[in-house]
Design a binder for this molecule. Structure first.
Ligand code: NAP
Length: 287
């Protein structure tokens, strides 16, 4: 019998395939004398951030991209950081600039992101990138929702006319996710902490994207049979293991497709950073 519920969208497998494509594109560009380059800036010693930047740098190297990790003391001033960004904006060997968030409290993260040239904004957090997404112009899409779109594409899911419910409205996940789904002609509902009856919303959904940061925000009784469920959340369960926002074991009995945590959206986020950096380098090469 063909399985019709709980089919996995495997972020590791899809990432592997997309990273192989990036490696091919990087090799083709290198043959023309251009090595795609990503600069990653880490200020301070946040342990989670240290792991994230290490993974990003390693992923670049594995795909043949050049990467530079710049680590600074938490005491670095905002002016010093802005000066580094200005230098990287003008460095022809660097095509993408990523400032790992959060930054120490004395540094204005918004000001720092806005200092990155939009042409090198491979995280897609600059207001110019957000604006380009909103009006449907070329720009860099934030990596996490971009990765979710690739996951839907990987199962040939046609969003046209479907009802997508996004839970969460952050600038880096929920809002850009909603715009991307809208761009593919889905009817989109965005839910947040003030949403009155979340279950009433999610039960109508053909696609649910959970991006909250709380365990079990989505349980089986909240999901329409056959719906596609994408779990962006990263939380710890009682045993300290990584888990998402979705009650995976329950929801997979009802959903048509579901992404696991770990091994779902997480690896896709880094993959889309590589894709964006590649794209940035190719744009320079084409100019
Ligand atoms: P965030 O900025 O904290 O936003 C969370 C959103 O969830 C907010 O919009 C909030 O509503 C909403 N929310 C909170 N409680 C809710 C509830 N009970 N019902 C409905 N909505 C609720 O978080 P984020 O940066 O978007 O990240 C969300 C999650 O994704 C986190 O677990 C984060 O670690 C994870 N994440 C994963 C990746 C990855 O690569 N896998 C990347 C980025 C983020 P209000 O706006 O009303 O406060």
């Amino acid at each position: 019998m063909t399985q019709t519920t709980g089919r996995l969208i495997d972020g590791n497998a899809l990432s592997k395939q997309l990273r192989a494509e990036v490696a091919q594109r990087a090799a083709a560009l290198k043959a023309r004398g251009i090595t795609p380059g990503l600069a990653v800036i880490l200020v301070g010693d946040n342990p989670a951030s240290q792991v994230y930047v290490r993974n990003k740098v390693k992923a670049c190297e594995d795909s043949g991209l050049h990467s530079v990790l710049e680590k600074y003391e938490a005491s670095m001033t905002e002016a010093q950081l802005l000066a580094r960004i200005e230098a990287l904006n003008n460095d022809p060997a660097i095509h993408g600039i990523l400032v790992q968030l959060p930054l120490p409290a004395h540094i204005d993260a918004h000001k720092v992101i806005e200092a990155i040239s939009p042409a090198k904004d491979v995280d897609g957090f600059h207001v110019a990138s957000a604006g380009a997404l909103m009006v449907g112009q070329p720009g860099f899409w934030p990596c996490t929702p971009y990765g979710c779109m690739k996951m839907l594409e990987s199962i040939n899911y046609d969003l046209k006319g479907k009802h997508a419910v996004v839970i969460g409205r952050s600038n880096i996940v929920g809002k850009p996710m909603a715009l991307m789904l809208l761009g593919q002609n889905a009817t989109v509902t965005v839910c947040h902490s003030a949403t009155k009856d979340l279950k009433a919303m999610t039960l109508q959904a053909d696609v649910i994207v959970a991006a909250v940061g709380k365990r079990n925000v989505l349980t089986a009784d909240m999901v329409k049979p056959g719906a596609v469920v994408i779990d962006v959340g990263m939380n710890r369960n009682d045993e300290g293991k990584l888990c998402g926002d979705v009650d995976f074991e329950g929801v997979k009995q009802v959903a048509g497709w579901i992404t696991p945590v770990p091994g779902g959206v997480g690896p896709m986020t880094i993959t889309m950073l590589l894709v964006n950096t590649m794209e940035a380098a190719e744009r320079v090469a084409a100019a």
